[in-house]
Design a protein around this ligand. Structure first.
Ligand code: SF4
Ligand code: SF4
Ligand code: SF4
Length: 636
């Protein structure tokens, strides 16, 4: 069980012993007969197909020693369900006939997928003596115990480091062990013996779809009515669209929306790091379905911003603001001119805990005029797949190539197993990214593990990844991680006038950009070569390109922090336009190269433009009360 995932927020899915298929109603077809599938929460089961199906069968065939032996458990083309489980990389429970028969996981040490038999799988192996197993002459086995060769009475052992099904000779306990040197086996997990129950002929995917078609028609109707209701409550007119990622959930939304509200445009955000198959697929789908495709594009913006921010990380997702949010804001503003609009989104509660706690309708925190609604918030992945089969949807081909989610191909949220698919399908793209990472690592003296184990995906490396390389190496990596833009202001408040020193790269070079944004702080009253003076409240602030700061008539420290925010924007702007779109007074002007200038006559000093900037969110801005010495002065 996933201890972190509450059972009440997990999907309910049962196995019908009569029809031998998964169902969503425990009373189907007869009251109380369907059996809850004992999978790890949130139990968002999905069918294996394409590459995933072949991979899973290959792993099983290796364990069962031949296709023929495997066929005793799983005849060809019969249903395999997968269920994601917590692990340092990609890992799934494998479910056959409604029972978990083992885990497949991507082994980070060997860089390959492996299989571990569990529960139903161990029971089947032991009862039929197929594949790898060991029967031990001990009354009981416990986790961590090392079974010696002499205690194994019957076995077919795999090589060292592999997993093996275990059973005690008295039949009371079953478990799984890992083979050590000399044929010894370390017990990894133990449970009281169970049986693998065979309810009859295993189903194909077609059987699953047929049995659940009626259920999905009802689910569709619920979703359609819900969407109609939400639409009727707002005054959206034609300002309604489907947020389309090219993935399965937004595809369902497209069909639901079509049935509820007629043909609606699909809004696709091309981040510039979408998988090429996705971009092609989205265009083809819109074309074939005859719906309008709105593309919020941001061309090379990711790679431009990469030069400023460095590689994105799970705890440093600057790109979500720069290449996801910003282009959408731009596009919606140009189409709907800031009017209230409704976005239909394929968000589902079983994707993550934060989504489980999200309402079905919400106001976008970055765009208060944009209402988002998910008509499939409580659908499970299995329902989504069945529905798409019922409506014979055209699917993104990436699902057949091993991806189970669609998005940016280099996203730090991906597992290494997913990067292996990228490497296989798009070798040039992956080579380009690895070259970039290698250069970055070399320039900072980072060890090879930073790339090999994908440690670049975090700035603060989590515990389960630390175990791969050890604490010392992780500390060294974290100490050398320079993915942070820094602006520091030292302030000496002991003198009558406040003196300060700004420490920020590029200040000398970009003082003109600073001057262009200064009206948000107050009125610029004098510009003399490399010195600028501005009035903010009663204070007069003098700032030089060397970083010297002088404030007369008092000043609040919070305002000095606002100045630090302004500086990081002026010195590093990645031209995302978020501030431009946010300004309530239209006070930000933009030149043809995306350079910003604030019109002091229009500006109300609300500072919203400072706070929305991704540079402000992801930089280290520090204000120190200190005595200024020459050692503070490191400006370039
Ligand atoms: S790469 Fe990941 S974190 Fe970055 S924009 Fe894409 S989804 Fe967001
Ligand atoms: S957002 Fe506020 S502070 Fe920024 S330019 Fe507009 S009015 Fe001025
Ligand atoms: S200053 Fe404005 S345009 Fe530049 S990065 Fe910040 S929000 Fe984007």
């Amino acid at each position: 069980m996933n201890a972190y995932y509450p059972n009440e927020l997990s999907a309910k899915v049962y196995w019908c012993p009569i029809l031998n298929v998964p169902v969503f109603d425990k009373d189907y077809p007869r009251r109380g007969e369907a059996i809850a599938i004992k999978a790890t929460p949130p139990r968002d089961l999905r069918p294996a197909f394409g590459f995933d199906y072949l991979l899973t069968r290959r792993l099983l065939a290796e364990y069962f020693l031949s296709e023929n032996e495997l066929n005793k458990l799983l005849p060809p083309d019969k249903l395999i369900l997968l269920n994601k489980i917590p692990y340092p990389d990609a890992a799934d429970e494998i479910i056959i006939g409604g029972q978990v028969i083992g885990h497949r996981f991507f082994d980070l040490k060997d860089y390959k997928w492996r299989f571990k038999p569990m529960y139903g799988g161990v029971a089947k192996v032991l009862s039929e003596k197929i594949g790898y197993y060991a029967v031990v002459n001990l009354p009981k086995i416990t986790r961590g115990y090392v079974i010696h060769r002499g205690d194994i009475v019957e076995s077919e052992l795999p090589g060292k480091g592999n997993y093996v099904a275990l059973g005690t000779i008295n039949g009371v306990f079953q478990g799984v062990g890992k083979v050590l040197r000399g044929g010894r086996v370390k017990v990894v997990k133990v449970w009281r013996s169970i049986k693998f129950v065979e309810y009859g002929k295993l189903p194909t995917w077609k059987d699953v779809v047929k049995v659940n078609e009626e259920w999905m028609k009802n689910r569709e109707e619920e979703a359609v009515n819900f969407l109609k209701e939400i639409y009727s409550r707002g005054n959206y007119g034609s300002r309604v669209f489907v947020s389309f990622s090219g993935g399965k959930d937004s595809l369902v939304c497209h069909y639901i929306a079509e049935r509820a509200l007629g043909d609606l445009p699909l809004l696709f955000n091309d981040t510039g790091i979408e998988a090429p198959h996705t971009v092609k697929y989205v265009r083809e789908l819109a074309d074939e379905e005859g719906v309008r495709l709105i593309i919020a594009g941001c061309d090379n913006r990711f790679f431009r911003a990469l030069k400023v921010f460095g590689p994105p990380a799970r705890d440093y997702r600057w790109c979500c603001k720069v290449v996801k949010l910003a282009p959408i804001v731009d596009k919606l503003r140009s189409i709907y001119r800031g009017g209230k609009s409704l976005s239909i989104v394929g968000q589902r509660m079983y994707e993550s805990l934060s989504r489980a706690r999200s309402p079905k309708v919400w106001i976008n925190p970055w765009m208060p005029n944009l209402i988002s609604v998910s008509p499939i918030q409580d659908w499970s992945s299995l329902e989504v797949w069945i529905y798409l089969s019922v409506v014979k949807a055209k699917l993104n081909p990436l699902y057949f190539m091993g991806f189970d989610r669609i998005g940016c191909w280099l996203c730090p949220s991906c597992e290494l197993a997913e990067y292996e698919i990228v490497r296989r399908i798009y070798p040039e793209l992956w080579e380009m990214w690895e070259n970039y990472l290698s250069k970055w690592a070399k320039g900072r003296g980072l060890p090879t593990s930073w790339i090999r184990y994908g440690l670049w995906r975090w700035r603060k490396i989590p515990g389960d990844q630390t175990r791969l390389v050890g604490k010392d190496e992780v500390k060294e990596i974290e100490d050398r991680d320079e993915r942070e833009i820094k602006v520091v202001i030292h302030v000496n408040v002991s003198s009558e006038d406040i003196r300060g020193l700004i420490v920020a790269d590029k200040l000398k070079e970009h003082l003109p950009n600073v001057i262009k944004l200064l009206p948000i702080m107050g009125k610029v009253i004098e510009i003399k070569r490399d010195i600028v003076k501005f009035k903010a409240g009663n204070s007069i602030v003098t700032l030089s390109s060397d970083g010297d700061l002088k404030i007369t008539n008092g000043y609040e420290l919070a305002r000095i922090r606002d100045l630090a925010k302004l500086l990081v924007r002026a010195l590093y702007c990645v031209k995302c336009n978020l501030c431009y779109n946010k300004c309530p007074n239209g006070a930000i002007l933009m030149d043809e190269n995306g350079g910003l200038k604030v019109d002091g006559d229009k500006c109300s000093h609300c500072l919203l433009c400072n706070d929305i900037c991704p540079l402000v969110k992801y930089s280290k801005l520090e204000v120190h009360l200190s005595t200024i010495t020459s050692s503070n002065r490191t400006n370039k």
